[in-house]
Design a protein around this ligand. Structure first.
Ligand code: PA5
Length: 466
């Protein structure tokens, strides 16, 4: 191919690619709380070594979040199953929790559609009862999602849903079901086989919070009528960028390096992720899980006590400018603020020219809400920078399936690379497992008797209750 078409393609990709502006993290702009160019250069060299380790692990098949983008058969199967359920139902209940729920929710909120999801992740009895009473079983489908096939919350809600669906629809209710789980093991798989519920696999090397681009996210996306091909194409575009752009021009590398250095060298232990788009509120929730559960680790790979991690906090602009931002601007120097800016909204609202003789309305009339929210984000960024508070901005051309796919891959890559920089295992979750085991023990699950004895002993210790 000649240089012309290649350059045109590169510039088209550039114009639709998510960009990262990290000016507000540099020492030139925010003084001592910012990073020097020498530190960033050194960080990029460490990231380069980290990427080589990550590449080897991906090639050895230890982590599957990358290769899953090439599994077209799995993508087609997810789309077929999502569309089959869409012919039967207007609402898809997502029966899953954590990594099995946050991705589908992020997709639904970003790419709203005629159909909807009802995410049954929690087990608050009032919440579950309210969801069920809002649904019409004949126009409802259920996708049970659990990688382990045994998580207490998901299995409890599964039983509730099985009985609720069967009561209304009789034995044919199984047509309204799909199950997404490990292809070889777990009790969800056993139940699905017993009942004849179609199953989709979550590959063994794809963990919950890295599974949004597997059937976990793709089936619900197809149910909603989302352009799954565009979602995957966006993720692939970002994958090409993250693995080929030079470190200092690489969104994934710079994001990981800057956040890692701010946490470890400038004690920025909190990352506030502030979206200036309602459509991205649940993407922020998905990101918070990914960042927290992957990087919050007690020991490093050599078993040394490190207690790493950066606490993610969700914020929404412009709303939180009138609550949390005061703290970010003047409180402890322990935060970095990450903005999500959307350049073009899918719809805009014109502000009418009314009462234009008054100063608080005169300047607004004739502008749009889109212009106002962009100005507010810029204003917050500028004020934080002037106050010496590090901040960075992801710039999204728009909210679309393609951009969402980019963000999913970008943040997965960035998290995995940050794990390399911290030298911890970003893909396990012993803290979460400890909670699951204690729940099984407290609820009398077979195989957890020894833990139950310990917990009963703990329960007899004096308590400090006032
Ligand atoms: O990222 C993870 O591994 C966890 O958040 C899991 O997704 C969550 O605990 C649910 O697990 P499972 O899918 O096995 O039910």
């Amino acid at each position: 191919m000649g240089d012309g078409p290649r350059r045109r393609r590169a510039s088209r990709a550039q114009s639709t690619r998510v960009l990262l502006d990290y000016t507000g993290c540099t020492a030139e702009r925010v003084g001592r709380s910012g990073l020097t160019s020498v530190e960033i250069r050194r960080g990029c060299r460490a990231a380069d070594r980290g990427m080589r380790r990550l590449r080897r692990a991906l090639e050895a098949g230890r982590y599957g979040f990358d290769e899953i983008l090439d599994d077209r058969r799995l993508q087609s199967a997810s789309v077929r199953e999502g569309r089959r359920l869409a012919r039967l139902a207007d609402v898809l209940v997502v029966n899953g929790i954590g990594g099995s729920a946050l991705g589908p929710l992020a997709i639904e909120t970003a790419l709203c559609s005629r159909r909807r999801l009802a995410v049954l992740d929690n087990i608050d009895p009032e919440g579950v009862a309210a969801v069920l009473s809002s649904l019409e079983p004949r126009r409802t489908a259920v996708n049970a999602i659990t990688k382990s096939g045994s998580t207490a919350e998901t299995m409890a809600n599964l039983l509730v849903l099985l009985e609720w669906m069967e009561r209304s629809l009789g034995p044919r209710h199984v047509r309204h079901w799909a199950a997404t789980t490990d292809p070889c093991k777990g009790d969800l798989l056993a139940i699905a086989r017993r009942l004849g519920i179609p199953t989709l696999p979550i590959p063994e090397n794809v963990g919950g919070r890295f599974s949004v681009l597997s059937p976990v996210g793709l089936l619900p996306a197809a149910f909603l009528g989302v352009d799954v091909a565009a979602l995957i194409e966006g993720a692939r575009l970002m994958r090409r960028h993250c693995w080929s752009a030079p470190p200092e021009k690489n969104v994934g590398v710079i994001g990981a390096v800057v956040l890692f250095l701010l946490a470890t060298k400038r004690r920025r232990n909190i990352q506030v992720l502030m979206s200036y788009s309602d459509a991205l509120v649940h993407l922020v929730g998905w990101y918070c899980q990914l960042w927290a559960e992957s990087l919050g680790k007690r020991v490093d790979r050599r078993g040394r006590l490190v207690e790493t991690g950066q606490t993610p906090v969700a914020a929404l602009g412009a709303t939180d400018q009138h609550s949390q931002v005061q703290l970010y601007m003047e409180g402890p120097h322990d935060k970095v603020v990450t903005f999500l800016e959307v350049r073009a909204f899918r719809r805009d609202v014109r502000i009418p020219r009314l009462h234009d003789d008054l100063s608080s309305t005169g300047y607004l009339g004739g502008r749009t809400l889109g212009e106002l929210i962009l100005a507010e984000r810029k204003a917050t960024e500028t004020a934080l920078t002037a106050a010496g508070r590090p901040n960075l901005s992801y710039i999204l051309p728009a909210v679309s399936a393609h951009v969402l796919g980019q963000l999913f891959y970008l943040f997965e890559f960035q998290t995995a690379l940050a794990g390399e920089l911290y030298d911890i295992d970003a893909f396990d979750q012993p803290g979460v497992e400890a909670g699951k085991i204690a729940t099984y023990a407290l609820m009398g699950r077979t195989g957890f008797e020894a833990r139950a004895v310990e917990l009963r002993r703990d329960a007899r210790l004096p308590r400090a209750i006032v």
